[in-house]
Design a protein around this ligand. Structure first.
Ligand code: ADP
Length: 512
């Protein structure tokens, strides 16, 4: 024992072996058991360190570290117990014991604190159960996904079949405007393959003169979600000819109003387009003829009127009574002729006036002008004119809007009910994609069988008021010129409402 290192500052104490009277059994049983306990204590932290290293997902690592310190401390106290049997290093022993005590009380308190959380950590059995639940959830999810995929495949096949059975070209596009599907008609018409088609192939088959316009309208639709609609020529792979198509597309939107998909069609309208071009040409020639004829007729009618006045002034007084009714009738016919020439000139001018630039027009202003110019007729019939203008303006040709309103208002006062003061209401509103103008009166009304005919040239169904039968024809021609439509709602004796609808895109600014 003397061979053991002795520390001079501790030498005043007696070694612990004295307490055992150096009896070998007690001495060695203490020394050996304390050594084994110490070794065990030193080994435990090694396992804890392994756990710390291996399980970096364990939330309470600091707890394990504290445990390690505390156990190391315990081990050290047992080592000191062995040393103290022969060498009394009691001060060193005290320091180690204090550190161990602090570490153990700290660990114990913290253990109390985190025990509830440790209890919450699922046991291995629970983990196993959770894992099984997760596996079965996964399986059911997988089978749902499979079912859903099968349903989607089936609906995809149905959609393809459906789009292949209709005569039009059908396509779809992603919300960003990238085209991602074409039906068979597309491939047989354009001769493009799938790869070429999906790589913006449509831009290669649209006529170069129409392409920029189509791109602009499509980009605008993709940005705003508004309906895409335009006409363009598209190359037919069979003979290289370009045929006119009407392209249309609507955006499918989710509950939040975001575009999820575009569905579009291209309909061959080549024959109709050619017919309508031909009709336009004929109409144009007719308009020119009508305009020239009305212009050329003006001078002879004015001369006729002058001659009539001359004859009237030179008629001997003795014949005046006899001839006066005849002069009166002839003058009336000349007035009628002048009215017809005036209306014919209006018809002939429809196309010419269309070249006039669109302006922002306050509708009220035209109504006020009408009231001023038709003061006499309004006062005579004690007519009242009311308005409900929402919106109160539009962008249009001023001459054309004036012509529409003047003709409708003129009729509303002219065809008033014999026992009622005329009440006219002019209303405007925005309805979906249309700007709508309604002119209603409480006049004699129009029998249903005439609702279509009244818009034809020279068709009149009332002889109580003067007219040429051209007013409503002019209105219809103007409205149709701007892709609009006109209709009437009326019953005999119950007044009439003329409804004019013109696409918003024509008469309203996109910013409004
Ligand atoms: P005009 O008034 O010169 O006869 P229009 O083309 O303006 O010609 O009208 C055609 C016909 O439609 C009229 O002759 C009349 O029979 C009928 N009509 C037009 N507007 C009205 C109206 N507001 N109320 C009743 N009938 C009308």
């Amino acid at each position: 024992m003397e061979g053991l290192v002795s520390f001079s500052m501790e030498s005043a104490f007696m070694p612990h072996g004295h307490c055992y009277y150096w009896e070998p059994f007690i001495l060695w049983s203490h020394a050996i058991s304390d050594s084994i306990i110490a070794i065990a204590y030193f080994v435990i932290p090694l396992s804890l360190i392994r756990i710390v290293k291996a399980r970096n997902d364990f939330k309470y690592m600091w707890m394990l570290i504290l445990f390690a310190i505390f156990i190391l401390g315990c081990g050290a106290t047992h080592v000191m117990d062995v040393i103290n049997i022969w060498e009394p290093f009691y001060r060193t022993d005290s320091v180690i014991r204090i550190i161990t005590a602090l570490a153990s009380i700290g660990t114990a308190l913290l253990l109390i604190f985190i025990t509830p959380r440790l209890i919450m950590i699922p046991s291995a059995e629970q983990w196993k159960q959770l894992n099984e639940e997760l596996l079965s959830l996964n399986e059911s999810l997988e089978s749902q996904v499979n079912e859903r995929t099968a349903a989607l495949q089936e609906s995809g096949a149905t959609f393809k079949f459906l789009t292949d059975t209709i005569p039009q070209i059908v396509w779809t596009a992603k919300s960003n405007g990238e085209l991602d599907y074409y039906n068979d008609n597309w491939y047989s018409y354009t001769g493009l393959n799938k790869e070429e088609s999906l790589a913006s192939g449509w831009q290669k088959v649209i006529h170069f003169q129409d392409l920029q316009n189509v791109v602009n309208i499509w980009n605008h639709s993709v940005e705003t979600g508004v309906k895409f609609q335009t006409e363009f020529r598209m190359r037919n792979a069979q003979d290289g000819s370009y045929r006119w198509h009407l392209g249309r597309a609507l955006a499918m939107k989710d509950k939040q109003g975001n575009i999820s998909k575009w569905f579009g069609t291209a309909t061959d309208m080549h024959d109709q387009k050619q017919k309508s071009e031909e009709l336009k040409r004929v109409n144009h020639e007719l308009d020119n003829f009508v305009y020239t004829a009305s212009h050329d007729l003006k001078a002879p009618v004015t001369n006729l009127e002058g001659l009539m006045n001359l004859i009237e002034s030179r008629t001997p007084a003795s014949c005046t009574d006899e001839l006066h009714p005849l002069y009166f009738m002839m003058n009336k016919q000349i007035d009628k002729l002048k009215l017809i020439i005036h209306d014919l000139a209006d018809v002939g001018r429809i196309e010419k006036d269309a070249t006039e630039a669109f302006e922002k027009i306050e509708i009220r202003k035209i109504i006020d002008d009408f009231i001023v110019t038709h003061q006499e007729a309004i006062a005579k019939k004690e007519a009242s004119i009311h308005t409900d203008l929402k919106p109160d303006h539009l962008y249009f040709s001023p001459i054309h809007l004036r012509s529409i309103l003047y003709n409708l208002l003129d009729n509303a006062i002219k065809y008033s009910h014999p026992s009622m003061e005329p009440k006219v209401l002019i209303a405007t509103e925005l309805q979906d994609e249309y700007w709508v103008l309604k002119v209603s009166d409480n006049g004699i009304g129009i029998p249903e069988e005439y609702h279509d005919k009244i818009f034809e040239m020279f068709k009149r169904f009332n002889r109580y008021a003067d007219g040429t039968g051209m007013g409503l024809y002019i209105v219809k021609r103007i409205v149709e010129k701007y892709q609009g439509e006109v209709s009437v709602v009326s019953e005999t004796g119950k007044g009439a409402t003329f409804v004019i609808k013109i696409p918003n895109t024509v008469v309203m600014h996109a910013s409004e």
